[in-house]
Design a binder for this molecule. Structure first.
Ligand SMILES: O=C(O)CCC(=O)C(=O)O
Ligand SMILES: [Fe+2]
Length: 268
């Protein structure tokens, strides 16, 4: 089994717990240690305050869950407004950056790997759904991140708004909910081929193409939050608002003392 230490020097506290053998395919990895409990709690607090209703359409839609997500720029703006802590917006950026570096190093990429989209996402079970939920009603149907998967012949059609996605990663933030397992699917069925239990600091990463159909089992109780990330090798599709978010957060993080000194200098 691929249980070797991470090849990454940069992300040294991360351990690979499942490789291609256990996960049944190349270009799949499960790692732990991407975030501490304290860091997960900060992300959960951020999600609690600021997640906006999602507009993610039919793939995530089920009547039995609500789906909400927040982008890094939204977190930075909320920090600026004093609605969320600057530290949590900063953590959103640094945790996702840590994940990106791990994915880049683990898959041995020679080229730079850019963020394409970063999303803090929660799926919450409707509390009064009772036993009405259909037997097969996943939180997120089997899909491929890079193309549109046909449920008739399992072919993948490439669409301009998706096909720049080259790698995907999901950092789990909590486990206090029922259901919500992540799974890789067999190519031509919805059945799980390898299942991953969400847990704070755990990261599943994979190449985004048709070799990696995957989904999320129904969240039956509680709220499941993750940091979902898509990366691209194509700089043209880089997630530019990250730079703006980083600048905003950096200026908010500047110690008070510095500003006072600036003021003093100006007054002298
Ligand atoms: O939340 C997860 O575990 C995976 C979500 C996912 O596959 C997606 O949003 O594309
Ligand atoms: Fe996905």
């Amino acid at each position: 089994a691929n249980t070797a230490q991470t090849p990454s020097d940069v992300v040294s506290d991360v351990t690979v717990v499942m490789g291609p053998e256990a996960l049944k395919r190349e270009k799949r990895v499960l790692a732990e240690g991407l975030a501490t409990q304290g860091e997960c709690d900060m992300m959960l607090d951020l999600a609690q305050v600021g997640v906006m209703p999602g507009e993610d359409g039919p793939f995530v839609y089920t009547d039995y869950e609500s789906f909400e997500g927040m982008e890094v720029i939204q977190a930075a703006k909320l920090a600026q407004q004093g609605v969320v802590s600057v530290d949590s917006a900063d953590k959103f950026l640094t945790l996702s950056e840590k994940a990106r570096r791990f994915v880049h190093d683990y898959f041995g990429l020679q080229q730079e790997l850019f963020f394409e989209y970063t999303h803090l996402v929660c799926r919450t079970a409707v509390t009064d759904s009772g036993s009405g939920r259909p037997q097969v009603d996943p939180s997120h149907k089997v899909h491929v991140d890079r193309c549109l998967l046909s449920y008739i012949d399992w072919s993948c059609s490439y669409q301009t708004e998706l096909d720049q996605r080259h790698y995907s990663a999901v950092m789990f933030l909590n486990d206090d909910f029922k259901g919500g397992e992540f799974f890789f699917a067999h190519n031509a069925t919805h059945n799980a081929q390898a299942t991953v239990q969400p847990k704070c600091g755990r990261l599943v990463a994979f190449s985004s193409g048709p070799e990696n159909p995957h989904g999320v089992q129904a969240v039956l109780q509680g709220r499941r939050c993750v940091l979902a990330m898509w990366y691209t090798l194509d700089k043209q599709h880089e997630e530019l608002p990250r730079y703006e978010a980083r600048e905003m957060v950096d200026s908010l993080l500047k110690p008070e003392g510095d500003q006072t000194n600036e003021k003093l200098k100006n007054e002298l």
